[in-house]
Write a protein that binds this ligand. Structure first.
Ligand SMILES: [Zn+2]
Length: 248
């Protein structure tokens, strides 16, 4: 079966010397893993079109249920500036990793595709100094779009006001509901009013207006730590990108 679609390269991995496994985000089939034979020959054939973040028109060939082979790849946008900037590349790799980890393969999701394409297009056009806040906002929006946004507004069980977030529950919980969970000393994270306000504002905020959100340094670091704990809990492990960053 031949599939012609457009796709954004989320990840590439060399596989037992001869093959290159490319993970795409596509509108018609969501996340697809595909392969190209012999990366060295492939690189001359496909040029740089299999590099991460490349948005390309692609053709894939293969039986259903098996990993398809890339037969054609023509660049629409290379996003090479984002790829060549260390901070951008690491931050976008983090978004890609969240996306791959929390999305089942093969499910069509044109909304997710447009979202991802829109954010990388936008990031390629804005100033570097605004980006810390932007990456945070996009991480929140991505989690919300995937249905995994943490609930910070109030106690997720009874709706009572609460500023204590429990990563293992994925939500804020009031004293009464957290003590009824009977998990002993489950760690919680205190959410400041400012951070809670910024978070409820940032969810669903239009991408192109994101530079108008100006969180304080404290809010950025508080919310980053909270999201990190939330994601680690969702995946039962730390993101590779975060592990990598902690060593740099
Ligand atoms: Zn409660």
């Amino acid at each position: 079966m031949l599939t012609r679609t457009e796709g954004i390269v989320l990840q590439t991995r060399e596989y037992i010397e001869a093959d290159l496994i490319v993970t795409y985000l596509t509108p018609a089939r969501g996340i697809i893993k595909s392969f190209a034979k012999s990366p060295r020959k492939t690189r001359s054939r496909f040029g740089s079109s299999l590099e991460p973040l490349t948005h390309a028109k692609i053709s894939l060939w293969g039986r259903e249920q098996s990993m398809p082979r890339i037969t054609q790849s023509d660049i629409i946008s290379s996003f090479h500036k984002l790829r060549e900037d260390f901070q951008d590349f690491v931050n976008i790799s983090k978004l890609s990793e969240i996306l791959i980890s929390l999305t089942p393969e093969g499910l069509p999701n044109s909304k997710l595709f447009s979202f991802f394409l829109n954010i990388i297009t936008f990031l390629a056009s804005v100033e570097q100094k605004q980006k810390d806040a932007l990456y945070l906002v996009f991480q929140i929006s991505l989690l919300a779009l995937l249905g995994y946004a943490p609930h910070l507004k109030s106690c997720g069980k009874c709706g009572e006001e609460s500023r204590d977030f429990y990563p293992e529950a994925g939500t804020a919980l009031c004293k009464r509901c957290s003590s009824s969970r009977q998990r002993g000393n489950e760690p919680s994270i205190r959410i400041s009013n400012r951070t809670a306000h910024f978070y409820s504002h940032g969810i669903g905020w239009p991408i192109k207006a994101s530079t108008r959100l100006r969180p304080s340094r404290e809010t950025v670091s508080e919310l980053s730590a909270l999201l990190e704990a939330h994601i680690t809990n969702l995946l039962n492990k730390k993101l590779q990108t975060s592990e990598f960053l902690s060593k740099v």
